[in-house]
Design a protein around this ligand. Sequence first.
Ligand code: GLA
Length: 405
Amino acid sequence: MRKTSLTLTFLVFILVICHAQKFEGLAYTPPMGWNSWNTFKTNINEQLVKDIVDKIVEEGLKDAGYEYVVLDDGWMAKERDANGNLIADPIKFPNGMKALADYIHSKGLKFGLYNCAGSKTCAGYPGSRGYEYQDAKSYASWDVDYLKYDWCNTDKLNAEGAYVTMRDALYNAGRPIVFSICEWGDNQPWKWGEKIGHLWRVTGDIINCWDCEVGHGTWSSWGIWKIINMRKQIRKASGPDHWNDFDMMEVGNGMTAAEDRSHFAMWSMLASPLIMGNDLRDMANETIKTLTNKEVISVNQDKLGVQGFRFTNQNNFEIWLKPLEADSWAMTFINMSDKEEVLDFDFKKHHLGDDLNGLRIDLKNNVYKIRDLFKHAEIGDTNQKLKTTIGSHDVLMVKLHKIKS
Ligand code: GLA
């Protein structure tokens, strides 16, 4: 009798392991939320997070679609407990993670945590290597909804294998958790990530500048345009439930309002997760306006789920296209120069379309209306030239929608 039940348990175990997979359907559109790292590094605590959560609701960010509140590195105690369990830092989070999750859930938001595939996290806290199944159970028991899983101190670990292990551990723990792969693009996760995670970072860490590189010895942080230009051939890997992640945003972290608008427009064109990285307790009105711009967000969240692409460069302008549902298109013109420039764009002179997806803007047989997504106004149609002045590093982002066939 005992032998039969043991065999049965073993068979169920094997069945679970064999069927381990990612939790499908948790990120049909790019995840939106807030992450503590860009502004606070490891200086996080319960009151700060609660205040941020309250602001997400009060400032209309929740209403705009932001959902996940993610604690990055530094939420844990420096050591595991006597049973090898991860524990929250008792000073920073005196009521532990479950109480914080309850608070976040009570506001209609979702809760994310960070850990690392290596023996220690990047900031030196206990990593998950060798504890994957145990840690996944802790997250499930705390009602975690999102896990960002980093890549420091991984020694000779194989990246794909390590992320499969954590995916399976999460699946085994039974609570649907968005799995955010963060190995900086070092092992080309766009080639293997689709069946494992819901998003994967494509570069090293972002920093709050337009186009700079800041070296830290063995690694660098990258400005907005360095990140955009770093991965040119990966857009086809991105799509519903498996996104290229261009890193947490730096909107509101010190660039000009124009640069913030362009950064936000580009993350939307790229269908990147929109994870805010600023101090939501202290935002300029311009920052709130940018982050809650629902027309721009709807480009990011468009159900077609196609990552946009650079169509061309004209004079000082970067010109990007993103096909949207219902034969609509988003188009973005960014003034890269350090002075105001005149944009003069004749739709009729261009063969507009997305070759990779076989989609065309047929201007011979159709006319498209043009809507300015920052001014929230119709500004003409594709029969006319688009002529306007755009400030340095600022953006004109429009939606083209068909009016005549
Ligand atoms: C890495 C990640 C960052 C952040 C830090 C935390 O650098 O890429 O996004 O999570 O670790 O230490």
